[in-house]
Design a protein around this ligand. Structure first.
Ligand code: KG4
Ligand code: ZN
Length: 344
């Protein structure tokens, strides 16, 4: 089965073409993405209307590029997959309308995919992307920590298509917190990766920031207060050393909370695997810390490879394959974008 996947939920116009092989293995024929970062940098964040306009301009060239990369004739796929939600309505709509049109035109079945389910499947082994190893398939049940600009969620994946939300952020997402603190430190958008880089030169115990909700029994998160704590701790004069110390101490606090809650979920549910996905999963310290904490545990850790941490269409194709195998298709006449679509 060959899947064409489209992802336009936020500010990346992404198209992938993926072959689904026997034994749940995937081979990527095309993995393309156009990032709008430069456009949004001047506004300090994603402007939905502007994002939608860029998607509209870039979607056809990105599709063409994907077919060129895959070296297959236009339309020679078996299934069309598209992110239907959650995300920005106007951005999602560009992908969904394109996928509906292609499904009607090429007479191919259509699968609307949940963006978060895509991030879960970014931990599945895949061939064909430079720098990405093959690895083994996560065993289920799994606990997934999905951390991105819009989400911070702990999900129990009992089986394929069977999800239970264990906890989520009550205010800012972890990536959002990184971006907002980065803005306070005058780092350009998107601040998360830059803040993480700066933190490498700082002392993580220089400031004793709170670890919000770390001791609560539930598996929810809260990061808005932490951002305020950083603001109050900021001196009038921000020297490079002070900035690095603030960044390192803030980052440590976020990672302590994410790790503690994930370990709490592991202890409670005894899963076979832990999955880490989403933009913040690119954070080196988070990857190292979870790795170290789960080293002697019978639960195996699966971390999304770096090219699949940020939004991409390969993960959407992988998630779609499980629906397509069960012949759970949508129809082009009725598929609609849903900005608030909850996975569970
Ligand atoms: O998954 P993603 O590409 O888009 C959303 O669905 O939100 O995640 C983007 C988020 C941004 O908030 C970005 O600052 C954050 O992931 N991010 C990081 C790092 N790399 C990206 N946060 C912390 N450390 C990083 N290395
Ligand atoms: Zn995402």
């Amino acid at each position: 089965m060959r899947i064409l996947a489209i992802e336009t939920s936020c500010d990346d116009t992404a198209v992938s073409i993926v072959d689904v092989l026997a034994g749940e293995r995937f081979r990527v024929l095309a993995h393309t993405s156009y990032s709008q970062v430069k456009t949004h940098r001047k506004y300090g964040g994603v402007v939905p209307e502007v994002a939608a306009r860029e998607h509209a301009v870039m979607i056809v060239p990105t599709l063409r590029l994907a077919f060129e990369q895959a070296r297959i004739p236009l339309g020679k796929v078996d299934v069309i997959a598209v992110t239907r939600g959650p995300g920005l309505m106007t951005s999602l709509r560009v992908g969904v309308e394109t996928a509906r049109t292609l499904s009607a035109l090429w007479k191919k079945p259509l699968v609307g995919v949940n963006h978060i389910e895509g991030h879960l499947y970014s931990c599945w082994p895949v061939h064909g992307i430079r720098g990405v190893g093959k690895g083994e398939r996560p065993k289920l049940p799994a606990i997934a920590l999905i951390v991105s600009g819009g989400h911070t969620e702990l999900i129990l994946m009992k089986g394929q298509g069977q999800y239970k939300l264990l906890g989520r952020t009550r205010d800012d997402a972890s990536g959002e917190a990184f971006d907002k603190v980065a803005k306070l430190l005058n780092l350009p958008y998107p601040g998360g990766p830059r803040l993480a880089k700066l933190a490498e030169r700082g002392n993580s115990s220089a400031y004793d920031f709170p670890r919000p909700m770390i001791a609560t029994h539930n598996l929810d998160f809260s990061f808005a207060g932490l951002k305020t704590a950083v603001r109050y701790a900021m001196p009038n004069r921000l020297t490079p050393k002070v900035k690095a110390n603030l960044a390192a101490s803030f980052q440590q606090s976020v990672i302590d909370v994410l790790t503690a809650k994930t370990l709490k979920a592991v202890k409670r549910y005894q899963p076979k695997s832990v999955l880490l996905g989403g933009g913040v999963a690119a954070n080196k310290l988070l990857r190292q810390t979870l790795n170290a904490k789960l080293k002697n545990n019978s639960t195996k850790l699966f971390i999304a490879p770096l090219p699949l941490c940020t939004d991409n269409a390969t993960m959407i194709a992988m998630a779609a394959s499980f629906h397509a195998k069960r012949r759970r298709f949508d129809h082009w006449q009725t598929l609609r974008a849903d900005p608030n679509w909850e996975l569970c």
